[in-house]
Design a protein. Structure first.
Length: 256
C-alpha cells in the first residue's frame, strides 16, 4: 500500500481531500490537533522544525503538501515561515528520505497578475507562461515552485505543483466563477498527480468552469485530469464579489 504524508491535515482543503485518499496508508500532520482522519498516523508539529519534518517523511512514498498561510493579504513576515522556509525544509527532508513524489499545493495567485492586468477575450492563462504573482502570497507560491524545480532537477523527488483555485464546496460569489475547484475535482486532481509519470510540472487546479480564466489543458494531457464540475451551475444563485482574488473584478482591474 502506498504511504502518503499529508501536511496541513487540519485545514479545510485537506478535509475536502480526505475522502479521495481511501486505500492509501496515510500520515497526517499539522501544527494543531487533527481530526477526521480515522486510521491515519497523526502527528502534531511544525514543518519548519527539521527534526520533526525528518521524522514525518520517514518511510513515505509520497507527500501531499497543503500546509501554508493561505491569506492573499498576508505580509512577507507572516508568509516566510510557513510558505517558504517550511517548503525548503520539507523538500530537503523528502529528498534525504528517498520520497518518490511530492504534490505541492501552489495557487492561482502565482499567475494572478495576468488576470489583474486584463486578458483579451477568450484567452486563458497558460501554465507555461512566466510566473506573474498578483500579491505577496502569490510570490511565496512562485518561490515554492522554483525551489521544487531545483529539487526535482537535482535528483530529488519528482514534484508536481498544483496551482489551486478556490477550493470550496460551492462557489460563494461571482469571483469564484473564474477559478473554482470543487472538492470532487480536487480529489481527482490529487490522485492523478500522485500517479502521473512526470518529473516536474505546474498545473492549474480548477474545475471545468465556463467562465474560467486558467487553462488546465496540460493537466488533462499530462496527468489525465478530467474535471467534472462547472461553477456556472451556481452562477444564478451567487452574490457579486471577487472571490478573494486580489481585486480581480473588471471594474477594479488595472490596465496592462
Amino acid at each position: 500500500m502506498t504511504a502518503v504524508l499529508v501536511t496541513g491535515a487540519a485545514g479545510n482543503v485537506a478535509g475536502m481531500l480526505r475522502p479521495g485518499l481511501d486505500g492509501l496508508d496515510l500520515r497526517a500532520v499539522d501544527t494543531r490537533d487533527v481530526t477526521g482522519w480515522p486510521g491515519a498516523d497523526v502527528r502534531v508539529g511544525d514543518l519548519a522544525d527539521p527534526a520533526f519534518t525528518a521524522a514525518a517523511v520517514e518511510g513515505m512514498d509520497a507527500v501531499v503538501h497543503l500546509a501554508a498561510n493561505p491569506s492573499p493579504g498576508a505580509s512577507w513576515p507572516q508568509l516566510r515561515g510557513p510558505n517558504a522556509d517550511a517548503v525548503v525544509t520539507l523538500l530537503d527532508a523528502a529528498w534525504r528520505a528517498g520520497v518518490r513524489r511530492v504534490v505541492l499545493a501552489s495557487s492561482v495567485h502565482a499567475m494572478g497578475g495576468y488576470v489583474a492586468a486584463g486578458l483579451p477575450g477568450g484567452v486563458l492563462v497558460d501554465p507555461a507562461w512566466p510566473v506573474r504573482p498578483c500579491c505577496t502570497y502569490g510570490a511565496s507560491k512562485a518561490f515554492a515552485e522554483a525551489y521544487a524545480r531545483t529539487v526535482a532537477d537535482g535528483g530529488g523527488p519528482s514534484v508536481l505543483c498544483l496551482r489551486l483555485g478556490g477550493v470550496l464546496p460551492l462557489p460563494l460569489d461571482t469571483g469564484n466563477l473564474l477559478a473554482w475547484l470543487s472538492p470532487g475535482d480536487l480529489r481527482l486532481l490529487v490522485r492523478s498527480a500522485l500517479a502521473a509519470d512526470v518529473r516536474y510540472g505546474c498545473y492549474f487546479g480548477v474545475s471545468a468552469n465556463t467562465r474560467g480564466v486558467f487553462s488546465y489543458a496540460n493537466a488533462a494531457a499530462e496527468l489525465g485530469y478530467r474535471p467534472e464540475s462547472d461553477a456556472e451551475t451556481y452562477a444564478a444563485s451567487v452574490a457579486p464579489g471577487d472571490g478573494g482574488f486580489c481585486r480581480w473584478r473588471d471594474e477594479e482591474a488595472p490596465t496592462a
